[in-house]
Design a protein around this ligand. Structure first.
Ligand code: SAH
Ligand code: SF4
Ligand code: F3S
Length: 471
């Protein structure tokens, strides 16, 4: 048994990152058995689940959509806010009942939650029916843990700086769009954030390995890839021979996949070179997710974000000026400890200046072990909620307005599947990442087609395929 330790998770020593080639573990032990997986959290977790799925399918399991029919239930969890935590423990209640009826059921929990000492201990003490607990550093050990499972609960979570595993097998959710990790972990330690503790130090993959993966995806016919990292613009700084994100982006672009995206950009370190490459490469999409977190320079300082309101606005303007038609979205935290009405007005002020295409807004959630969780916070929750409401109204009015501007225009849409709302339609995304429900034949799935936008809603657009050829 290995329990995590938040103090160890904080350490950023001088040890070198190990680049380890992984070998797949293949067995037919679980032939005929079914697995069910549930994923919470960010794109990293969504992509990690593609690895988890490959691991369990290599043991013979096949997928099932109904949890009650599964022999193995996997939860890939997120620790970013308290409500993510509550959801998982709520779900565990259901699993506990299921296990009473189905003694052979295997339950495995992984992801960011077990990386928190308190969660691992809670599972150990209060949830003995959970069979396997693994963390973000040892996904590759999951196959072995399942094969070696005995009567005892197996908790194996490490608080280490972290290495880079190559040759990872993924069972990708889509044959049209794919995630590509370019780096793992985070060294920024924003004072509210748990990620540097749950994911370890920043470690970049070597550029050659990334390019090889992208070439392989191109050969397989993928139309879009998204380069993944908590701070993509810090990519390569930790490599023995440093490479910039701008260089990586240019090299990836040259491989010629029709659409290249990346998440997430930190406003700190966003260089002019990056902006130029996004502007000049046709297949690098004009869409940037640029988290603001707060518009108040005072709060930004307390958050450890290392930019001011003025610097953020300057960067934003530069992007808008240099990248034609760029769409920019953001993340904002409301109610950080000590946030006053004046600070909040600064946030509204930035939103009014930037008129974002969209935003994810969150109430501050204290995370155990982070500096912000110990900061004095006297603002009543009712006031925070009221601020969040005001912010959401403003954000929605701008995203609605942005969507309205599309009506009557013809845009390129990558069609990804049948529309959930209307089985007679297909859906896809514009270059600027707007969701569009399109009247077009299902044969268009996997293709980039011209679409005339006929209507705009708050969170999506409607359109129909145009019979013109776009250049
Ligand atoms: N690496 C990204 C963010 C990843 S977490 C970046 O630096 O921008 C995704 C979002 O969750 C963050 O942008 C932030 O807005 C939000 N978040 C993180 N910690 C939070 C907390 N303790 N309370 C509320 N929201 C939080
Ligand atoms: Fe968290 Fe900050 Fe790292 Fe983003 S940059 S993952 S918010 S610590
Ligand atoms: Fe959540 Fe971990 Fe991602 S905490 S947001 S799943 S990095």
């Amino acid at each position: 048994m290995n329990l995590p330790n938040m103090l160890d998770a904080k350490v950023r020593g001088k040890s070198k990152v190990q680049y380890i080639q992984q070998e797949p573990l293949i067995s037919n032990r679980f032939q005929g058995k079914k697995y069910f997986i549930r994923t919470y959290g960010c794109q990293m977790n969504v992509h990690d689940s593609e690895e988890i799925v490959a691991i369990v399918e290599n043991l013979g399991f096949t997928s099932v959509d109904v949890m009650e029919e599964a022999d193995l239930v996997l939860l890939n969890t997120c620790a970013i806010r308290e409500n993510a935590h509550d959801k998982v423990f709520g779900y565990l209640g259901r699993l506990k009942h299921l296990k009473r009826e189905k003694k052979d059921l295997l339950i495995a929990i992984g992801g960011c939650m077990p990386q928190q000492s308190s969660v691992a201990e809670e599972i150990l003490k209060k949830h003995p029916y959970v069979d396997i607990v693994f963390g973000t550093h040892n996904i590759h050990e999951l196959g072995r843990m399942i094969l070696e499972k005995n009567e005892k609960q197996n908790i194996n979570v490490y608080s280490i700086e972290g290495n880079v595993y190559e040759n990872v097998m993924y069972k990708r959710d889509s044959s049209i769009t794919a995630w590509v990790n370019i780096m793992y972990g985070c060294d920024k330690f924003c004072t509210y954030c748990i990620v540097p503790y749950t994911r370890g130090r920043q470690r970049s993959r070597e550029m050659a390995q990334i390019l090889e993966e992208v070439r392989d995806l191109k050969e397989k016919g993928y139309q879009e890839i998204t380069l993944l990292g908590q701070n993509v613009n810090a990519y390569g700084k930790d490599l023995e021979e440093p490479v910039s994100f701008a260089t990586l982006l240019l090299e990836v672009s040259k491989i010629g996949i029709p659409r290249v995206r990346f998440v997430t950009s930190h406003p700190w370190d966003f260089t002019d070179e990056m902006i130029d490459i996004i502007a000049k490469c046709d297949n690098v999409m004009p869409y940037i997710h640029l988290p603001l977190q707060s518009g108040s320079s005072r709060i930004l300082k307390l958050m450890g974000r290392r930019y001011t309101k003025a610097e953020y606005l300057e960067l934003f303007e530069k992007m808008k000026k240099r990248i034609p038609n760029v769409a920019i979205t953001t993340d904002i935290i409301v109610g950080f400890p000590g946030e006053t009405e004046e600070d909040f007005q600064d946030t509204l002020d930035v939103v009014n200046s930037c008129q974002y295409d969209g935003a994810f807004t969150f109430l501050f959630s204290p995370r155990e072990g982070t500096p912000a969780s110990k900061m004095e916070d006297e603002t009543p929750i009712a006031i925070k909620e009221e601020r969040l409401h005001r912010l959401n109204e403003l954000i929605n009015s701008y995203s609605n307005q942005k969507n309205q501007e599309y009506v009557g225009k013809v845009v390129k849409v990558l069609i990804q599947g049948t529309s959930e709302k209307d089985p007679n339609k297909v859906y896809g995304y514009t270059e600027t990442m707007k969701l569009v429900n399109v009247v077009a034949s299902k044969d268009m799935i996997g293709k980039i087609i011209p679409v005339l936008i006929t209507d705009a809603k708050s969170f999506s657009l409607d359109g129909k395929m145009e019979e013109v050829v776009l250049n």
